[in-house]
Design a protein around this ligand. Structure first.
Ligand code: FUB
Length: 318
């Protein structure tokens, strides 16, 4: 009897922690992934465009990006590297948080990359520069080909792009770079910026932040971001260029670590993808980044309900 009880408990623990534990997402290997940019394309599948950490990385020296896809958000396929800095003539490092878009029956991959290095002890010796490139493919999984052979612009410094296509098919690029919250309208072919970078009105609140993510729901535009690089917060607006109204926190900070994210609707349910710093088996014994996901809910008035990090993630019953 005692044996039966123990076996039942062991099976229960295994089922709840192994089979039903979906965070971090299971990409079928111990690949280290961060900065998930999630999109649902016309085949109905979810695609994640992610940056790829080297094991035990120290200063975000990163070389390529991977694409993952899933039909049930539980079983994922790693389609491999969709682009690498080795494919570029103008940058050789910092393959950071990318984004993707579908327009003109093509898939566009917008990527931040750079050159040089950051001297953290003597910042005046730093030579690091980062800019945004644009690559194109006929397939959502790539391979993508650098479409213009140079960055979209060289000044100002830019990383963490969000390429948002509005319902009227106009494309906008939002990015991280300095204290200004900038956006630019993209040319119809998404291969250049149309007009000047536009400084958005953020309602008087412009904290330090990284990767913005913009989406639209029920006619409201949402500008979401890791505020102070760590706490997911958001603004809303009636226009893709603002003015924006600050609305507060989506997900709190964990271990003073960065938390890049994206928010997307899948079969009527909204999902938050984000990364978490987790223990791994790598020799360095340091926490490393892996992508996780949670359901996200809205209040009646369109505000976002705060999201908690869970082990179960998307395996929870809706
Ligand atoms: O992955 C490199 C950088 O770390 C990203 O570009 C930032 O958003 C942060 O997640």
């Amino acid at each position: 009897m005692k044996m039966l009880k123990i076996t039942t408990i062991v099976i229960y623990v295994l089922l709840t922690t192994t089979c039903f534990s979906q965070n971090p997402l299971n990409f079928g290997s111990d690949i280290l992934t961060a900065d998930p940019s999630a999109h649902v394309w016309k085949d109905g599948k979810m695609y994640i465009y992610a940056s790829h950490d080297e094991p035990c990385q120290e200063d975000f020296w990163m070389k390529d990006w991977h694409v993952f896809s899933s039909s049930d958000l539980i079983n994922w396929t790693d389609h491999g590297a969709c682009l690498s800095v080795d494919d570029l003539s103008w940058a050789d490092n910092f393959a950071w948080a990318p984004d993707a878009a579908y327009k003109n029956e093509k898939y566009y991959f917008c990527f931040p990359v750079g050159t040089g290095f950051k001297d953290r002890k003597n910042p005046k010796n730093s030579t690091k520069w980062m800019g945004l490139g644009i690559a194109v493919s006929d397939s959502p999984t790539g391979p993508f080909k650098d479409a213009i052979g140079k960055p979209l612009w060289t000044e100002p410094y830019a990383n963490d792009p969000c390429l948002f296509i509005d319902d009227d098919d106009k494309g906008y690029i939002y990015f991280n770079g300095g204290g200004d919250y900038l956006v630019a309208e993209m040319a119809d072919d998404l291969l250049s910026v149309k007009g000047d970078l536009y400084k958005m009105d953020m309602g008087g609140y412009k904290p330090k932040r990284e990767g913005p993510w913009v989406f639209k729901r029920n006619g409201i535009y949402y500008y979401t971001m890791p505020e102070d690089n760590r706490v997911l917060t958001y603004y809303t607006s009636k226009s893709p260029k603002g003015p924006w109204k600050y609305q507060g926190e989506i997900m709190n900070e964990e271990n003073a670590s960065n938390n890049h994210h994206s928010i997307v609707e899948y079969n009527g349910q909204w999902i938050l993808f984000y990364h978490r710093w987790v223990d791994t088996d790598f020799d360095c014994n340091k926490k490393q980044r892996k992508i996780c996901a949670e359901y996200l809910y809205f209040n009646e008035d369109g505000t976002i309900k705060k999201v908690e990090r869970t082990e179960a993630g998307l395996s929870k019953k809706l």
